[in-house]
Design a protein around this ligand. Sequence first.
Ligand SMILES: [Fe+2]
Length: 191
Amino acid sequence: MAASNSPAYTVPGMTETEGGEVIGRLRMRLHALNDLALTLKHVHWNVVGPHFIAVHEMLDPQVDAVRAMVDATAERIATLGGSPTGTPGALTAERTWDDYSVGRAQAIEHLGALDVVYSGVIKDHRAAVAATDGIDPVTQDLLIEHLRSLELFQWFVRAHLESAGGTLSTGSANGLSEAGRAAAEQARRQP
Ligand SMILES: [Fe+2]
């Protein structure tokens, strides 16, 4: 687990060391969810083309849900005796992923890139679920609840990238920009 200072107190039934470990893990999940909420709004504003309104309107409920996850994660950190860090400077200094790289672009290109964004957040959330196993079932339950929605939202994105045969146009793409280009290329080839 990520190293963290132990809090002065934590929830009953956990040691302060365990509390510190979970707080350290949640610190990065908070950064990831804050980053995701901002990125979804960025796409909401920058999507263009004939599928504008569908994607523009699809994203706002996702933003609302992710913001609720942000709040629940921050308050779990505080409940465990930690101090949630919600500043943009800490987020950009500590994150392990690149900034979203697509500006004004067609819907399908953003959706290809968003598929990669969701994959990163979900993979790391699942790792946090595994890391909290046997230490803090309450945090683990919270993260699983997030995953239920995050994986659903990724499916909403992926359904735009999926062929009738069930394959994703972003399947072999490496990285966010390449996934966006692969999705756009596939859309151009379709009759
Ligand atoms: Fe809006």
